[in-house]
Design a protein around this ligand. Structure first.
Ligand SMILES: [Zn+2]
Length: 407
């Protein structure tokens, strides 16, 4: 039994490290591991039967969406959303399966779930792992249920807590079964009054206590926070990621660069709100939402300038935000904010993989498993072509197309 070596010719390679796009490379893959990446020349190519020709394609690492809600579909219909929020597990399970297919067909192979009220996503993950058949090609990291303060925003994503003892019990409960803690630490953005900030939900001491508990179990804490004060408290307490961070301000951005805290700007939430305003029943003013989106892109441009670690997340499942497709939309918004394509792809791949602790989905380089997604496109077309992928390769082999076509 010899080693099985196969070669792949790629027109362009975006390796996920933020390095410049490479042209015309040959990937040497042995037993599913990348053995070499080198420029190719016609006269040095191996025998054609050993080579897969993707010379008209761009290869990039599988995408990671750092902020999703798997039980929700993104429908803007209030009744549909209520059914999804209140549905029992048997209904939700089918929604989750559909959403995983959407994600996979857009090359999103890992997600970090920000919770649902009944912890259905955690149950789904546990059951699919236990059944052994649940070889979902999308890796799920979930908080189960998020935590928020009584009488404050967050009911549909989590459980309300009040009092120190209850908080401690709830945190320990989540830590015993979930992958991370999600705290809802502020309100949501006002869509009617520009830049309105809401009060923090947790005190600095509470945040510090929760983060210490999580770290003692080797787990991270993601914090939903908008506005200067909530973000500052979360950073001071040592949280691992700031979710949304609208109107957090310049000082917090600089603090994030210093502390190496990851920011998930979820700019696509505002784009979706704007696109759907006329058709959905929600409240909002178009000019306020447009300015809020623009402001977030300005913050993103600063984050890039200051060297903040940024990863892409979409809040998919929330109103108007579709699983999978929104990952591509968020990448487009990063480009709009001034990121180069390879920088935006770094945020959408290796930065997210590191935050989620998924080593096998990082950059495309020597010694790594040959996991990559293929767009039949020039790099310039890649963001749009993520919705029409040519193939998804795992361990050097193309995945069964039936997983794409199931829907
Ligand atoms: Zn969320």
């Amino acid at each position: 039994m010899g080693n099985k070596t196969h070669y792949t010719k790629a027109g362009w390679l975006i390796d996920g490290s933020g390095a410049p796009i490479q042209k015309r490379v040959l990937l040497t893959v042995t037993n599913g591991i990348i053995e070499n990446i080198s420029p190719y020349r016609k006269d040095t190519l191996p025998a054609p039967r050993l080579v897969t020709d993707l010379s008209r394609c761009t290869l990039l690492p599988p995408l990671v969406d750092c902020h999703v809600h798997l039980t929700l579909s993104g429908s803007t219909d209030r009744r549909v959303r209520e059914l999804q929020m209140e549905g029992d597990y048997d209904i939700c399970r089918h929604h989750i399966e559909d959403h995983l297919h959407y994600l996979f067909s857009h090359g999103v192979l890992a997600v970090r779930d920000g919770g649902d009220h009944f912890s259905h996503t955690l149950l789904y993950k546990t059951q699919s792992e236990q059944s052994g058949t649940g070889k979902d090609p999308v890796i799920i990291k979930t908080t189960g249920t998020a935590l928020h303060k009584k009488n404050r925003y967050g009911t549909f994503l989590g459980k309300a807590v009040s009092g120190n003892e209850k908080l401690e019990t709830a945190v320990k409960n989540i830590l015993s079964s979930a992958d991370h803690i999600k705290l809802i630490h502020s309100g949501i953005n006002s869509l009617t009054e520009f830049g309105t900030e809401t009060a923090a939900q947790f005190s600095l001491e509470e945040l510090q206590h929760i983060i210490t508990l999580a770290q003692s179990r080797g787990k991270k804490v993601m914090v939903h926070a908008n506005g200067k004060v909530p973000v500052e408290l979360a950073l001071q307490a040592g949280c691992h990621s700031i979710e949304h961070g609208f109107f957090m301000g310049d000082e917090n951005l600089r603090r994030m660069a210093d502390t190496r805290t990851v920011w998930i700007p979820t700019a696509v939430t505002m784009k979706a709100a704007l696109d759907n305003l006329e058709f959905a029943h929600g409240v909002g003013k178009a000019d306020v939402i447009a300015r809020t989106l623009d402001h977030q892109l300005q913050q993103l441009a600063k984050a890039r300038q200051y060297g903040v670690r940024v990863a892409t997340g979409t809040d998919s499942g929330c109103s108007g935000i579709i699983h999978g497709e929104s990952a591509a939309e968020e990448i487009k918004l990063f480009l709009q904010a001034g990121y180069s394509l390879s920088e935006a792809i770094e945020c959408a791949t290796s930065q997210g993989a590191e935050l989620l602790g998924i080593d096998q989905l990082s950059t495309i380089k020597k010694g790594m498993p040959a996991h990559f997604i293929v767009a039949r496109a020039t790099p310039a077309m890649v963001p749009r072509k993520l919705s029409y992928l040519e193939a998804v390769y795992l361990h050097g082999k193309p995945c069964d197309k039936s997983f794409f076509n199931k829907l």
